[in-house]
Design a protein around this ligand. Structure first.
Ligand SMILES: *[C@@H]1O[C@H](CO)[C@@H](O)[C@H](O)[C@H]1NC(C)=O
Ligand SMILES: *[C@@H]1O[C@H](CO)[C@@H](O)[C@H](O)[C@H]1NC(C)=O
Ligand SMILES: *[C@@H]1O[C@H](CO)[C@@H](O)[C@H](O)[C@H]1NC(C)=O
Ligand SMILES: *[C@@H]1O[C@H](CO)[C@@H](O)[C@H](O)[C@H]1NC(C)=O
Ligand SMILES: *[C@@H]1O[C@H](CO)[C@@H](O)[C@H](O)[C@H]1NC(C)=O
Ligand SMILES: *[C@@H]1O[C@H](CO)[C@@H](O)[C@H](O)[C@H]1NC(C)=O
Ligand SMILES: CC(=O)N[C@H]1CO[C@H](CO)[C@@H](O)[C@@H]1O
Length: 584
């Protein structure tokens, strides 16, 4: 009796601590909505903000805490909204600022937090700032990176100030007739780079953050952080330093390709950290001043692991709350082994600084959907993995119900990366398949839109497999997902527990155990063979029965069912979440 009471008291005390100190985003579930494809409310074939508003209950229902929207700002759409012409206006096809305000209000009424995509690496050339900079308007003159160019000693002709190449091929410098100077564009010609060495640019971009904070937004997902700074003019030469050609040009022989150069002067410069720390100060300051919920920063940076860790903060300054962890998305594939899975979990957990949260991203709008990358049989396994790791889980819309990539013909392709290729090769480059419309139900266009033509085709059959059907089914990918997000909310083992793993040939098992002693056991059979596992051997002291808490759709097991801990059959491609039942 005395012993039991003691355990109860300890458990109670720990629960109190963990629940009162847990901020909304810590160990939270984040959902990426691709607004063009989520839900169309006005029948023009393009998803919009009011469509998202209609479906926000669904987002809440699947267990999300935060939602980030891919760009919705005013844009000529040369790059689907990554080319912004006004940071403080909503692109009309998505709605109005008032629609966004209604969406924020509805999100807050549901306890959801809404995050906007912030694209600071460049503006559109149609942005008023650029127009004024071209006109040599004094305040805007140095908002972008301008240079006279250099005179070629041999030809006597003017040429760009350095050999820098755009990500979209060819020189990153474009001559402007009106201003009679070159401007820098690390991406498209229509996307001039802002000059972050100009304090007015830094301040005006902070004002963009404040503009949306004042409208209640809960944070920002910051795009392309490594591209924010380039080396400054070399005072001895008066021009910019050339970047060296890569050592082994056989991997990228074309001198017009971005990959041909080693980007030591245009990528991941040390200055990028300071600007992220400054943005964090802006959002932290806002919270203090207006006593709001915590505002968060999510950062997108394809850079070195060391740089990602530094993005969190440098011990003096805090930085990104969630420096996106793309390691698994980039490096796990159909051939990965169980030890690869385990490696990427430990790599982050073991190296992140004190007092921060890990985060895991398995999919986004730039990569094939999980069910297509790892096989539909592994759709639940990947979600079990994501939802049972310590830290923050980020889900790309559709992955929760095992959505696969849609088919998009050459004629229907719209992604510039696909259109720059040809009918034979476009599928290798196209990101359209992972951007096809959401499958809500079995009505016209899967309930996405009433239009006769949608911006991308629906892309797959949806008559029997859609959100509504999965909600009605006795079991489904969606129901499994909801079970998992529910566990994260209710069980300290998932919100606070440690990670202890055992790696087999083609299976990974780990235990999540809270300080209270509550534990869950996960098995991921990644391989194509059934295996029988003995928990008593794997975890030493376990013996008795295990209860199935959740498992892949095709496992043949029901939640609540009991299995023997000394001979558990884990089927090929299946994932399992189990709990030990004490012996009676
Ligand atoms: C000068 O122009 C020639 C001819 O276009 C070119 O081959 C050479 O690389 C240029 N020199 C420099 C220093 O860029
Ligand atoms: C832009 O303004 C600066 C400073 O007033 C001046 O030196 C320069 O000649 C102007 N350029 C053009 C193209 O008008
Ligand atoms: C950084 O964040 C930690 C944890 O929230 C906090 O205690 C600390 O005061 C912050 N530091 C700064 C410089 O804001
Ligand atoms: C991955 O493996 C699964 C299972 O073997 C298979 O169904 C799927 O087609 C594979 N996917 C890819 C992209 O290779
Ligand atoms: C859609 O197509 C149907 C049948 O061709 C036509 O009657 C209807 O007017 C069209 N609707 C729109 C919005 O174009
Ligand atoms: C795994 O076991 C199931 C039955 O439990 C069986 O249908 C299936 O063929 C087995 N798979 C392999 C690869 O042996
Ligand atoms: C990482 C990255 O490249 N982010 C965006 C920066 O801007 C370009 C051009 O608009 C986009 O294509 C990228 O997605």
């Amino acid at each position: 009796m005395g012993k039991l009471l003691g355990i109860f008291l300890i458990a109670f005390a720990l629960c109190q601590v963990s629940h009162s100190e847990r901020d909304w985003w810590e160990n939270g579930n984040f959902y990426q909505i691709y607004p063009r494809s989520f839900k169309d409310s006005n029948g023009d074939g393009i998803g919009d903000l009011n469509g998202i508003l209609e479906k926000l209950d669904y987002v809440k229902d699947i267990g999300m805490d935060g939602v980030w929207l891919s760009p919705i700002f005013q844009s000529p759409m040369a790059d689907f909204g990554y080319d912004i012409s006004d940071y403080t206006k909503v692109q009309p096809e998505y709605g109005t600022t008032e629609d966004l305000e209604s969406l924020i209000e509805k999100a807050h009424s549901l306890g959801l937090h809404l995050i906007l995509d912030f694209v600071p690496n460049h503006t559109s050339d149609e942005h008023e700032w650029f127009q004024r900079s071209v006109a040599n308007d004094s305040y805007y003159r140095d908002f972008y990176i301008w240079h006279d160019g250099v005179i070629n000693a041999t030809t006597g002709e003017r040429q760009p100030p350095s050999n820098w190449i755009s990500q979209f091929r060819y020189s990153a410098w474009e001559w402007n007739e009106q201003r009679q100077q070159y401007y820098l564009h690390q991406f498209g010609i229509k996307q001039p780079d802002l000059n972050y060495r100009n304090p007015n640019v830094v301040e005006d971009m902070k004002n963009v953050l404040r503009f949306w904070l004042a409208r209640g937004i809960d944070g920002f997902r910051i795009d392309a952080v490594p591209f924010l700074f380039e080396a400054d003019v070399d005072p001895t030469t008066g021009t910019y330093p050339d970047e060296p050609v890569i050592a082994d040009t056989s991997s990228c022989p074309d001198p017009d390709d971005w990959c041909h150069l080693n980007h030591i002067y245009t990528n991941s410069l040390p200055e990028i950290f300071d600007i992220v720390y400054q943005w964090r100060e802006v959002v932290d300051q806002w919270k203090l001043e207006y006593d709001t919920d915590t505002k968060v920063l999510l950062t997108e940076a394809y850079t070195s692991f060391e740089n990602l860790m530094r993005m969190y903060g440098d011990g003096v300054h805090n930085g990104s709350n969630i420096p996106f962890n793309f390691e698994m998305m980039a490096d796990l594939n159909n051939q990965s082994t169980a030890s690869d899975y385990d490696y990427y979990v430990r790599h982050w957990l073991d190296n992140m600084p004190e007092g921060v949260y890990a985060n895991w991203v398995l999919g986004n709008h730039d990569n094939p959907r999980l069910a297509s990358r790892f096989g539909a049989q592994r759709a639940d396994l990947m979600n079990i993995f994501l939802q049972t790791l310590p830290g923050i889980a980020v889900t790309y819309n559709g992955e929760e119900y095992g959505l696969e990539d849609g088919y998009v013909s050459w004629e229907d392709s719209v992604d510039p990366q696909a259109c720059n290729a040809d009918p034979d090769t476009y599928q290798k480059y196209s990101r359209d398949p992972e951007r096809t419309p959401f499958l809500w139900d079995n009505t016209k266009n899967a309930g996405f839109s009433t239009a006769n033509r949608t911006w991308l085709p629906v892309g797959q059959s949806y008559e029997s497999n859609n959100v509504q059907a999965q909600e009605a089914a006795e079991n489904s990918h969606l129901k499994i997902f909801k079970k998992l997000t529910g566990l994260r909310k209710s069980e300290p083992a998932f919100s606070d527990g440690d990670y202890e793993s055992v790696v087999g040939d083609n299976w990974l098992s780990y235990r999540r155990q809270a300080a209270t002693g509550d534990a869950y056991y996960i098995i991921l059979n990644i391989g194509n063979q059934n295996v029988t596992l003995n928990f008593n051997e794997l975890y030493g002291y376990v013996s008795g029965k295990l209860e199935v808490v959740a498992s892949s759709l095709q496992s043949g097991l029901e939640n609540g069912q009991q299995v023997d801990s000394d001979s558990l059959e884990a089927k090929a491609y299946n994932g399992y979440v189990l709990r030990l039942i004490s012996e009676a």
